[in-house]
Structures are given as structure tokens and as C-alpha cells.
Design a protein around this ligand. Structure first.
Ligand SMILES: C[S@@+](CC[C@H](N)C(=O)[O-])C[C@H]1O[C@@H](n2cnc3c(N)ncnc32)[C@H](O)[C@@H]1O
Length: 282
């Protein structure tokens, strides 16, 4: 396991424990401002986190356990954008507290199946507890890494993920594994943070830390290229939430960066995107 992976695991373990103890998930406490990983909220009490807030509407979250909603740490809503049909097998890479798995299980119905895959024991415990409370039976949470998916070849119809691939130190391997487990004609439909265009490296790293991309967000063109190299076709990236330097003001200030001087280099260059790709049938 890489050092980055160990740090990610530790952070999300703490976030899961916060929810198990009755608070909202946050992957950083107030004392760890220099290594924030979840937007503005830990730095500005009462502030709305521009990354994770308001991703799901009440109709979607109604009927889900409160803890599944509190544990939401994604940056998009893949279940709202992915085409999921009854009876399909769905796999969520980095399923956290399980919100997208439970929503997918509802969509897939009793003949479908929704798997969540996560490496963090505390998150798995939280997700399994949320499954129990939801009463959904067509759900299974698996322990493992997204770089080595513990499922057979050609066994999944749709892969979703919510703000996790950016955390991986080996994104090529994640995409190769996703391709392997998808059935021919299967779809990848994931939310992730993406970078568009050039900016000074130091500023890029600081904004990535703010967004939580510990091992670096991919540039849009690099993401498309990696998906194509893994074998996917019909690849596209659709921005769903575009970030501005202002969103990260408090965090960048703690990094000694004056956002007024760098805004033009950052605005519009980081976004949460919805990434679609298909495994060819032949
Ligand atoms: C940003 S949270 C997102 C959780 C969930 N998708 C959501 O929307 O709330 C990242 C989750 O991915 C898991 N994770 C990160 N890197 C992983 C990896 N390489 N393999 C398996 N799980 C990973 C973490 O344990 C954590 O639960």
C-alpha cells in the first residue's frame, strides 16, 4: 500500500467515526487546517462546503438512513446522471458510507445488485450499518482497493464512483481494473475532480489539497487519454460544478496564498465532472 493510500485510509477512517459518533463527515478536524481535504466547511464554522453540499435532492435522500446522507463525501451525484436499469449489477468504487450504493440498489430493484468497494474498515462498518437500516437486501459491501477489484472479469454492468479516482496513486490501474470487471457494453459513469488548463504547480497543489485530491486530479485531456488507452470508447467529461479561487479563500490563506493575485489562474480550471465511457461490445 502506498503512503498516499495509507493517509487516505486514515483520513476516511476518522470521517466515518465522526458519523458513527453522530456528526457530519469531514475528513479533517479543525486542528488540521493545513491538510484540509474537504472544502471550506472545517475552516469556516457554518459555511457551506462548495464541493460536497447539495449534491442530492430530498426526493433521492428521502427514506435513506440519516447517517448515509451525513457521510456523503462525494463531489457529484453519479446516480442521478448514470443510466441504471432494473436488474443490472452496479459497482461503486470507494463507496464510503454507502449513499450511492443504496440509491443504485433502489434503482436496480430486487433483480439487480449493488456492490460497494472500499478499503477503509470504519467506512465499511458505517456502510453496512446504513444498509441494515435501509432494509435493502440487494446490496453487498466488499473490502478491497479500487486498484485490485475483488470481482471476476465481465461481471458488472455499470461502474459508478464519487470523488475517489482522484485519490488513487495508480489511476491507470484503477481504469484497467474497471475495464476488466465490466461486461462487454458495460458503462463507466463516475464523478471526479478534473483540471482544465495550465497553472503554476505550487498553486495547483494547494487547490488540489483544498479539494481533497491528495494524489492529484487529472487534467481533462489526460483523463480522456487514459480511458481510451484502457480500452474504453465513447469517452466524455461533462463539468457539473466549476470552482473558483474564492471558494477556497480561507484554505488558500492558510497556505500563505493571496487569492486576489491568483484568481485569474485558478477560476474555472478545477471542476467536478461527470465522466462517461463504455467498454466495447466486441
Ligand atoms: C471522498 S470519499 C467518497 C465516498 C463516497 N463515494 C461518497 O460519495 O460519499 C472516498 C472514499 O473512497 C475510499 N477510498 C479511497 N481510495 C481508495 C482506494 N484506493 N481503494 C478503495 N477505497 C478507497 C475511502 O476509504 C473513502 O471511503
Amino acid at each position: 500500500m502506498s503512503d498516499i493510500t495509507k493517509i487516505v485510509k486514515e483520513r476516511y477512517g476518522k470521517a466515518a467515526l465522526q458519523v458513527l459518533n453522530g456528526s457530519s463527515a469531514s475528513c479533517c478536524g479543525p486542528s488540521s487546517q493545513a491538510s484540509s481535504c474537504c472544502g471550506a466547511s472545517p475552516l469556516v464554522p457554518g459555511a457551506v462546503d462548495p464541493i460536497t453540499a447539495n449534491l442530492y435532492d430530498d426526493q433521492q435522500t428521502g427514506g435513506l438512513p440519516a447517517e448515509a446522507v451525513l457521510a456523503s463525501l462525494g463531489c457529484g451525484n453519479p446516480t442521478a446522471l448514470a443510466a441504471l436499469n432494473p436488474g443490472e449489477v452496479v459497482l461503486d468504487l470507494g463507496s464510503g458510507g454507502g449513499i450511492d450504493v443504496l440509491l443504485s440498489a433502489r434503482r436496480g430493484g430486487p433483480t439487480g445488485k449493488a456492490y460497494g468497494l472500499d478499503m477503509t474498515d470504519e467506512m465499511l462498518a458505517l456502510a453496512r450499518e446504513n444498509q441494515r437500516k435501509s432494509g435493502l437486501e440487494n446490496v453487498e459491501f466488499l473490502k478491497g482497493q479500487i486498484e485490485e477489484i475483488p470481482l471476476p472479469d465481465h461481471s458488472v454492468d455499470v461502474i459508478i464512483s464519487n470523488c475517489v479516482i482522484n485519490l488513487s496513486a495508480d489511476k491507470d490501474r484503477v481504469l484497467a481494473e474497471a475495464f476488466r470487471v465490466l461486461k462487454p457494453g458495460g458503462r463507466l459513469a463516475v464523478s471526479d475532480v478534473v483540471v482544465r488548463g495550465e497553472m503554476p504547480l505550487e498553486i495547483r497543489r494547494s487547490v488540489e489539497l483544498w479539494v481533497g485530491c491528495l494524489s492529484g486530479a487529472l487534467d481533462e485531456s489526460v483523463y480522456i487519454d487514459k480511458l481510451s488507452r484502457a480500452g474504453f470508447v465513447d469517452v466524455s467529461i461533462e463539468p457539473t460544478r466549476v470552482y473558483r479561487a474564492e471558494d477556497a479563500r480561507e484554505f488558500l490563506n492558510t497556505q500563505g496564498i493571496d487569492i486576489d493575485t491568483i484568481a485569474a489562474q485558478v477560476d474555472g480550471k478545477f471542476f467536478s465532472g461527470f465522466i462517461r465511457a463504455t467498454k466495447p461490445r466486441a
